[in-house]
Design a protein around this ligand. Structure first.
Ligand SMILES: [Zn+2]
Length: 133
């Protein structure tokens, strides 16, 4: 199965981590690449197609990567490595942090720290991020 081969109804796990690819005409499993633009999960082939599309790639590199500091598509392993590195810098336990403030703030934290300007708990607090201290 490849993009364009699927013509059925949306699968219940469409776009979910480990589920069916978010592309309607694909929906291959497993979806192991997270798209930070659409905030959904894609299969290997579609992640490559979308991520390497010249328009998408240029838009991401110009408008998002400088601020977000990561590629458009990442696997869970890549995100975990990135977050673990960053959280080691600010000395916060990742799981405690997510449990306390939720996934949205955790993504926000990662983006802020990745831009290279936010490194201390005090600075994070200035962005309205509760670091539990
Ligand atoms: Zn796909």
């Amino acid at each position: 199965m490849a993009y364009g081969d699927y013509n059925g109804a949306d699968k219940p796990n469409k776009g979910h981590e480990g589920g069916a690819c978010n592309r309607t005409r694909c929906q291959c499993e497993p979806a192991v690449w997270y798209n930070h633009g659409s905030m959904s999960w894609y299969c290997e082939d579609c992640a490559r197609d979308i991520g390497q599309d010249s328009f998408n790639l240029r838009d991401w590199k110009l408008n998002y990567e400088p601020r977000r500091g990561h590629p458009m598509f990442e696997t869970r392993t890549m995100m975990n490595q990135r977050v673990n590195t960053l959280l080691a810098v600010i000395d916060v336990q990742k799981n405690d942090y997510i449990a306390e403030v939720g996934y949205r703030e955790y993504e926000c934290l990662v983006a802020l720290v990745n831009d290279g300007t936010v490194k201390t708990l005090t600075q994070l607090a200035e962005y309205g991020i509760d670091t539990g201290t």
